[in-house]
Design a protein around this ligand. Sequence first.
Ligand SMILES: C[S@@+](CC[C@H](N)C(=O)[O-])C[C@H]1O[C@@H](n2cnc3c(N)ncnc32)[C@H](O)[C@@H]1O
Length: 309
Amino acid sequence: MNLSKAFLFILSKVLIIFFKSRTIKHILNLSVDEKKEFLLKILNENQRFIDLEKEEYSDNNSLKFIQNYNQLPCTIETRKKRADLLEINGFRDKEVLLMGDDDLVSVELALRNFKHVTVLDCDKNLLSKLKILTSEAKFPINFFHIDLYHGIPNYLNKLFDVICFDPPQNSKDLDVFLHSTFQAIKYGNSSFYMMLNSSAIGEKELSTIIKLINNNGFFQHNKIEYFNCYPLNKGQSILLTFVSFFFKSIKKNKIYIKCRYYFTDCYEFKSHITNSVNQDNFDVKLPESNNSNKYIKDVSLPFFTISRS
Ligand SMILES: C[S@@+](CC[C@H](N)C(=O)[O-])C[C@H]1O[C@@H](n2cnc3c(N)ncnc32)[C@H](O)[C@@H]1O
């Protein structure tokens, strides 16, 4: 291990103590080589994005590395691309669940007259904003205030043909979002879209996740690299640019690249089966904490629901 690698290793171990965010802890815990790969990919994509003159600056001057509820809204272009994906794949008349929606995809789906859209989120303020932004929708959207750490309420079990989510990028949250997906999704003819930066999550972790998904009756149908783009705030941009200076190869070639964007891939999973089958056929195990009485009692009631006509 050379000197800068050793320094970065020690720095990461010290920083882990100070950061509360599971996402930052996860990235700091990656090996030095994994961190390097993660940064290289992000910086190369930043360069490509800027070369294509696609810049969409964030006017957010905040220095916070992680926003409330791990929120990091995507660009307008990304939001439209997600709606395109759902439209092209024929989900306009289907039951769609957006599990977390700081990206405002529901606003785009409302504009396109999607018929059955449900949004759940743990952020009440965001839900109020979405309610206002979609108030003119031809087909009203259902909103639920739910913290997935308390589990998905029974009334949402096995309802959805398609689920779309962009989870906090760390193992614990991913596990919670995935188990909620397996609870809420229909078993037959269903799909889900998961936004994930595979190099931020690490190879080993990714293969565990894919195995869990396969064991629950879904297979990977598609992966679209760098599908999602997120403008960083000032603090996040400085942090990523700063950390990249520890890697010689990045420093030599990419010294002038300022990291303004974060990217994730879009994974599409489809159910193995085309008809409804008994859920006992699959290995659906809730995280242990979800089985406790405490969580069952605490399940959030709907914050507000705009019922369909
Ligand atoms: C997790 S954030 C986006 C993460 C970001 N794209 C990233 O790469 O780290 C997506 C949405 O999920 C919501 N969210 C986060 N944790 C949640 C939870 N435990 N239950 C319900 N919604 C949650 C947030 O409020 C937000 O609107």
